[in-house]
Design a binder for this molecule. Structure first.
Ligand SMILES: [Ca+2]
Length: 219
């Protein structure tokens, strides 16, 4: 009996060990937009929907975050909202046989991660830019969204229809445009933070006054 109990305990322990290991297992996900038969149902195109993106144009694998939605990029081109950049590649990065060239294909690239780094229900999409860098692009486009499970995914054809985000009011202040715009946006962010902090300090100094009392005083 004692031996059986010890065996059972050992079995339980090893099961626990296996399940713990499984939680942090390395996972590979091959992503791209390509058909080795040459189908035009894959690849990324300009906003006109007929001109394929050029070899070397930037593509990114992005996680949607908890909301499951693709948020528009920030002013500097980094993923917006709760989105997270996972991997980067380029159109026609690598060697392709002649009949597969000029189709805006994104060749499979392997994204490797630990399974406990991303939530199990993570969904992803590919964001393509119509230039070799964010700064060198004037449009981007997002593929459909799919779950980050399975070994490989070839995204169906899509186009770069969305303009690169720029704040007209900020970027037009300078002929140098975007870099100063970003610096100004950062400065405005710091100013906003100081205003908030000052507000908190004011309220702390005058514990008797509430927002309600202030509102009454103003009215
Ligand atoms: Ca999101």
């Amino acid at each position: 009996m004692r031996k059986a109990a010890r065996l059972a305990a050992l079995l339980l322990l090893s099961t626990l060990a296996i399940s713990t290991t499984a939680r942090a297992a390395p996972v590979s996900f091959d992503w791209g937009s390509v058909s080795f038969g040459g189908s035009a149902d894959f690849g990324v195109y300009e906003a006109d929907g007929v001109t394929p993106l050029q070899p070397g144009d930037l593509v990114q694998l992005i996680a949607t975050g908890a909301d499951g939605l693709a948020d528009p990029p920030q002013q500097d081109g980094t993923p917006g909202g709760d989105d997270q950049l996972l991997d980067t590649s380029a159109v026609e990065q690598g060697t392709l046989p002649g009949f597969l060239q000029g189709k805006g294909y994104v060749l499979y690239q392997t994204y490797s991660y630990d399974s406990d780094v991303l939530p199990p229900d993570t969904t992803v999409y590919i964001r393509a830019w119509n230039g070799p860098s964010i700064a060198g692009s004037d449009a981007y486009g997002d593929s459909v969204i799919v779950p980050l499970d399975g070994d490989s995914w070839s995204a169906p054809r899509w186009s770069t229809g969305s303009d690169v985000p720029t704040s007209v009011s900020i970027s037009n202040l300078s002929s140098r445009g975007r870099p100063l715009g970003i610096a100004l946006a950062a400065a405005l962010g710091v100013a906003a933070a100081f205003t908030t902090l000052a507000g908190i300090l004011r309220r702390r100094r005058a514990p008797g006054s509430s927002l309600h009392a202030e509102a009454q005083g103003n009215g």
